[in-house]
Each structure stands twice: as C-alpha cells, then as structure tokens.
Design a protein around this ligand. Sequence first.
Ligand code: AHM
Ligand code: MG
Length: 348
Amino acid sequence: MLNGNITITQFIIEEQRRIQGATGDFTSLLNDIVTACKVISNLVNHGALVGVLGQAGTENVQGEDQKKLDVISNEVFLRSNEWAGHLAAMASEEMEDIYTIPKQYPRGKYLLTFDPLDGSSNIDVNVSVGTIFSILRCPGECASPGADAFLQAGTQQVCAGYALYGPSTMMVLTTGNGVNGFTLDQNIGEFVLTHPNMTIPTETKEFAINASNGRFWEAPVKRYVDECLAGSEGPRKKDFNMRWIASMVAEVHRILTRGGIFMYPLDEKMKAKGLGGKLRLMYEANPMSFIIEQAGGMSTTGRERIMAIKPDDLHQRVPVILGSKAEVERVTAYHFDDGQDTRRVSAA
Ligand code: AHM
Ligand code: MG
C-alpha cells in the first residue's frame, strides 16, 4: 500500500499468491516489463528534448519504415527482459527472427512477444502511442526454442497487457482473472491501481475504422458501417459517433472505458497483396483480444474467434474486429450468409 493505493508490484504479488506452486518467476518477469514501459514512457514524454523523434532510416520485417523510437523501444524491451532468467526467448514486431536469450544469462520457462511502440506513425505529431505485450509458456524443454515454440493460440496466453503513453501513462493487464488498469505516478515512479475490474459497457454508439479504406471493404463491413452512418433514420435507429486515432492501444483503451467497436478488417487491397489483414496476430491481435474478452467484450476476424487461431507464422496478420459484444456479434453475423450464423465463432 502506498498512501492507501495499491501499486502494480503489490497487485502482481497478491495475484501470484493465489496461484498454487507459483515460484515468483512470473511476478519478477512482469516487474521487468513494467520497468521497460516506464523507460519508454519517459522517452516518449521527453520527445524532441532527447532527440528521439523522426525516422530511423531502416525498415522492419513488414517492410514498414521504422521510427527512431520503434528501434529504441525495441532495445529497451530486450535489455530489460533478457538478463533475469525468466524468459527462453522473445519476439517483436521490429525483429524478423526470434531473440534467443544470450548464453551469459540463464533461461527461463516463458516466452515474451511485444510490439514495443504501437501506433508509431503518431509519435512525431505528439498523439498517444503504446506498447503491447503477451506472455506464453515455453513448450517442452525450452533449452533452445525456435520460432515454432511461439506458434500457440491466443487462448494459451498467461498474461497480456499494454502501456498507453497518453496524457497520463497507464498500464492495463490481464492474467485471465479480469482486467485491471494502473496509472503511472511520475513523482514516485510507480504504477498505481486506478481502474480495478475494467469491463466494457455493452451499450455503445461509437465505432472506429479507417474509413479511407472504405472502397476496399468486404460487403459485411460495408453493411455494418453504412447502417451506423444511417443513424436514427437507418435500421439501427440511433446515431453513431466515429473515432480513428490510428493507435490501437488508444482505441482499445477508449473501448474499455466507454464501449465501442474497433475494426481493421480484411479488404480487397490486402487480399490483392496476399496479406491476411493489417494487424499482427502474435503481438497485437492476441493480447488485445485477451484483454477485451476478459473485460466482457468479443474479438473476431469477422469469421472466427481471434484467440482460437493456431498461428502459422510469427508475423502473421489477421483481420481484427473487437469491442462491445453485441456490436462484434453483429458484424460477425454479417459475415455469414443469413446474417445470423455466428456458429463458427465459439464463445470465450
Ligand atoms: P504499427 O504497429 O506499425 O504502429 O501499426 C499498427 C497500427 C495500429 O495501432 C493502428 O490501429 C493501425 O496501425 C493504424 O493504421 P492506419 O495508419 O492504416 O490507419
Ligand atoms: Mg503495432
């Protein structure tokens, strides 16, 4: 307790006490992740003052231009999490191959995937960005895991979380026992529990999609958005509001706070390029889906539950439709012929 407030460290230790046979390994791993996010938060906050804005002049495995902060944040995550002996390997949006723990450090039983700075196109314009992470157990011996060790369905995640670098820095976490949000008190350098048991409001009138892709959308998504746009004169009989921050962490946080739906669906442009979607399964879609489901929401590709997908590639992309349950159910139903069939999407 810190002046009557629960810090993230205390919260994690108390969670661990509830797990029989827990060794403290997981608590310690989460603490290192929290430290990494505090370091990134500090860099994001200082921006131009510490020379971290702008392009790095390199491309990542997805062929996207890297920002300086993408590269720096990736390094921060690697350095913070490689030494303590909790991890067998890490994988990141910014690295083509997995990162095996260097020989001088002990290896542990967990795997960590992360997007060190999601929404980084926002960084130079001083709009919210975030970090997304997911923890898996390493299957088998873990002595020298390959990329295939990571290819586990989202249902296997031990923990998922994000840090949001917005007007305040927040950390939102789930270990499969609900969702809790913590706010960084910059003066004492601690995340403090400010949003216990976050749940997604079921009633919503807000949707988020990059409408500039509208002409490429598939019919079910077009139908859903058209119905929202028709407002009180359309079949939904109510007016909707639209938001697009281009920062998934900020969009998910808004949905956790006041409901809504977020979509980055499959479209014809992606199909023509042979892409399965925009967002990445292992370190974007799966952790966010875990959080959304734990908060009472739903997350699908439009055709199947995201967390049920058996990954076939570390950097696999998937369509993402997540948020308030009734809205996600509706869009998902539109993907099936009669508009009602959600049978392929098993409930969480
Ligand atoms: P990034 O990981 O390269 O930052 O890309 C992911 C981001 C998401 O945060 C966001 O929802 C989306 O890309 C925005 O895409 P767009 O610029 O097409 O609107
Ligand atoms: Mg990303």
